[in-house]
Write a protein that binds this ligand. Structure first.
Ligand code: HEC
Ligand code: HEC
Length: 221
């Protein structure tokens, strides 16, 4: 009963607040600079890896750079190893408890779209802890075979290459997914109160493409 009331409250919030969160000017400026400092906000450009002459080592290094995005909480929170998504920078279990359900859409009466709308929704007049509810037209949980929680970057790399665990995707389709998928793209525009993944989706796509072009080698761990 209490839980139900909470949902009604949330739905009301969703109705009354404005749509769409823009990136703050500061983060746009950072992305536009495209710096190479490992500050957690930028990605090294794919071209900067040319200096590694050994192709396999170059491939591994490219994937490790892309790993700054892949292993970021924005991505991992939705690729959990259980039926429950995670939340926040601390990657704690989703509050309130929600579960995978059919096709990762949630349980009947508790579907992801009850609270997650097609765009990030600012929350006004609430505690500092939640500034917005994340949103995207395709918001649902990654299938269990695509779980990344608790895996090393090397293990995630092997999994992404395996058609039995990547949704039957070819390497070209993986490049396409990383570079252009809208739900992946949410990571760079995650709504107020959430840190975006580093760099831009275009830069990330270039790293993944260069990784595939150099033989898609995986880190040992
Ligand atoms: C009852 C409302 C509600 C339902 C249902 C719900 N969510 Fe959420 N979810 C939220 C709220 C509110 C937040 C923001 C919490 C915060 O930022 O601390 C959130 C945050 C998240 C995040 C964290 C984003 C991040 O990186 O911090 C993920 C992932 C997520 N939800 C996935 C899902 C999935 C998948 C479903 C369906 C299986 C779902 N949620 C169902 C309310 C809900
Ligand atoms: C709201 C949940 C959600 C978030 C956030 C999310 N994903 Fe996913 N991801 C999914 C779902 C659902 C699928 C399966 C559907 C599909 O393939 O389109 C998937 C599939 C994938 C796949 C293909 C299969 C695989 O695991 O090899 C990749 C790659 C991927 N996501 C990368 C990312 C990256 C990178 C980010 C962060 C920038 C991210 N995802 C954030 C839900 C999410």
């Amino acid at each position: 009963m209490k839980l139900k009331l909470a949902f009604t409250g949330l739905a009301a919030i969703c109705l009354f607040v404005g749509a769409g969160m823009a990136l703050s000017p500061a983060s746009i400026a950072q992305n536009a600079q495209g710096g190479t400092k490992p500050d957690g906000k930028t990605l090294k450009p794919a071209a900067s890896f040319q200096s590694i002459t050994n192709q396999q080592q170059r491939s591994v290094a490219l994937f490790q750079e892309a790993g700054k995005v892949i292993q970021h909480p924005r991505c991992v929170n939705c690729h959990p190893a259980t039926d429950r998504p995670l939340q926040g920078a601390t990657m704690h279990p989703h509050q309130p408890p929600v579960f995978r359900g059919d096709g990762g859409m949630g349980m009947p009466g508790m579907q992801c779209t009850t609270c997650h709308s097609p765009q990030n929704t600012p929350v006004v007049g609430q505690a500092d802890t939640i500034k917005s509810i994340p949103g995207n037209p395709a918001w649902h949980l990654a299938p269990i075979e695509m779980a990344w929680v608790g895996k090393s970057l090397g293990q995630i790399c092997q999994q992404i290459k395996d058609p039995a665990r990547n949704g039957g995707k070819s390497m070209d389709q993986i490049v396409e997914h990383m570079a252009h998928d809208e739900l992946v793209g949410w990571g760079w525009d995650p709504g107020a109160g959430r840190e975006p993944v580093p760099g831009t989706q275009a830069e990330f796509g270039e790293l993944i493409k260069a990784w595939v072009d150099t033989g898609a080698a995986c880190p040992a761990s």
